[in-house]
Design a protein around this ligand. Structure first.
Ligand SMILES: *Cc1c(COP(=O)(O)O)cnc(C)c1O
Length: 393
């Protein structure tokens, strides 16, 4: 059965449902609704629907269910709910289980929209949020309270790639009875062991490595059957952030190759950063998977790899960063990550532009910082491109 398969087998075959035609490639069930054989069957399904009994695509759909089962098998989670985007997943994972008066502790180094949900939206509905430096365990200890209902963090944070000690933070959170919700995009589903390490809920933007080819927005929430079926599903059903069947099909095909892609990207990222150590145009070449990184031991212990993103801090500030970006020939200037194509971003003027300067400084988002998502191109070509662009600075 699926549970006994190794990862790469799960990624190709997990969750497959075949129609009466026995198609090899997964079917796209582009249907919003499902026909009942009788009025009695319709009534029964609205009372309680079984695993493969569908009602309406906002609640579930066979292609979406294939994607949910396949990613749940990969993550080692009991269940999953697919969403229209990564942000639909993040906001639903939080909002579905929080109420006015609850207290949340979150790491401050977050994807900009996650920060917005915590800081601007949840607080508007009476949820109290305390932000901490996620790498400082004493700050977690000080912030957690008996009434803390949830903690939220990115295990590897965007864009400075600080690594949070998930097993320890989860233990601290569970001591006060808080639910541990992690956004694990930068770890990637291939290297995640978040559930075994204490996460109760794992969230992904499927737009990143799961699609991995820059085609569609999507997201997924993973957790226990109890949490997904009793807390997330009713919330998603009635608020409407479901994934479309066509997107689910793209994401299913993405999962087939995700392990091959992410492993190649990870190897290229490490090789690139290794060659960039001590480069005269750089203050630092940051990659937690490199032995020179201060959190290398932690990332290897918990994830076994440093991910597919590196950060380069150019010594000449924003001017140098812009020269570098404009000189790149293979690497594209854009803001996705985890894509087959290598992509470079200047966080201070784009993804993190909204933050005041003191917060940027506190998070290590310097004017010279460039985030580089390493793709699946030939690693020697990538190195040549990065080197020639650094020469141009
Ligand atoms: C991209 C991203 C999101 C949001 O995902 P979308 O699919 O763009 O909505 C959330 N968290 C992290 C860490 C991300 O990288």
């Amino acid at each position: 059965m699926t549970q006994d398969w190794n990862t790469r087998t799960k990624l190709v075959h997990g969750g497959t449902r075949r129609s009466q035609y026995n198609e090899v490639s997964e079917g796209i069930f582009l249907t919003q609704g499902f026909v009942y054989e009788s009025a009695e069957q319709a009534e029964a399904r609205f009372v309680e629907s079984g695993p493969d009994e569908f009602i309406y695509a906002r609640y579930g759909n066979p292609t979406v269910a294939m994607f949910e089962d396949r990613i749940a098998a990969l993550e080692g989670a009991e269940a999953a709910f697919a969403t229209a985007s990564g942000m639909a997943a993040v906001s639903a994972a939080l909002t579905s289980c929080l109420r006015a008066g609850d207290h949340v502790v979150a790491a401050r180094a977050l994807f900009g929209s996650c920060l917005y949900v915590l800081e601007e939206i949840l607080t508007r509905f009476g949820v109290e949020v305390t932000f901490v430096d996620g790498t400082d365990l004493d700050q977690w200890r000080a912030a957690l309270r008996p009434d803390t209902t949830a903690v939220f963090f990115e295990t590897i944070a965007n864009p400075t790639l600080d690594v949070i000690d998930l097993p320890v933070v989860a233990t601290l959170a569970h001591e006060v009875g808080a639910r541990v919700i992690v956004d694990n995009v930068f770890v990637t589903p291939v290297h995640s062991r978040a559930i075994e390490q204490g996460a109760d809920v794992v969230v992904y933007s499927a737009t990143k490595h799961i699609d991995g080819q820059g085609r569609a927005l999507g997201g997924v929430i993973l957790g226990t059957s109890e949490f997904i079926r009793k807390t997330v599903e009713p919330y998603m059903k009635h608020t409407g952030g479901a994934m479309s069947p066509f997107t689910a099909w793209i994401m299913l095909k993405g999962l087939e190759t995700i392990s091959l892609r992410v492993r190649a990207q990870t190897a290229s990222a490490l090789a690139l950063v290794d060659k960039l150590q001590g480069h005269p145009k750089l203050v630092r070449a940051i990659y937690p998977g490199h032995p020179g990184h201060p959190q290398h031991d932690l990332v290897m212990r918990d994830m076994g790899a440093g991910g597919t993103v590196v950060a380069l801090d150019l010594s000449g500030g924003q001017k140098a960063a812009f020269r570098f970006l404009n000189a790149l020939e293979i690497v594209l200037i854009s803001n996705n990550l985890g894509d087959a194509k290598s992509i470079a971003t200047h966080p201070a003027t784009t993804t993190h532009q909204r933050l005041p300067d003191d917060q940027k400084a506190a998070l290590g988002i310097t004017p010279g910082l460039v985030r580089l998502s390493v793709g699946i191109e030939d690693p020697d070509d990538l190195l040549t491109d990065v080197m020639q662009a650094l020469d141009a600075v």
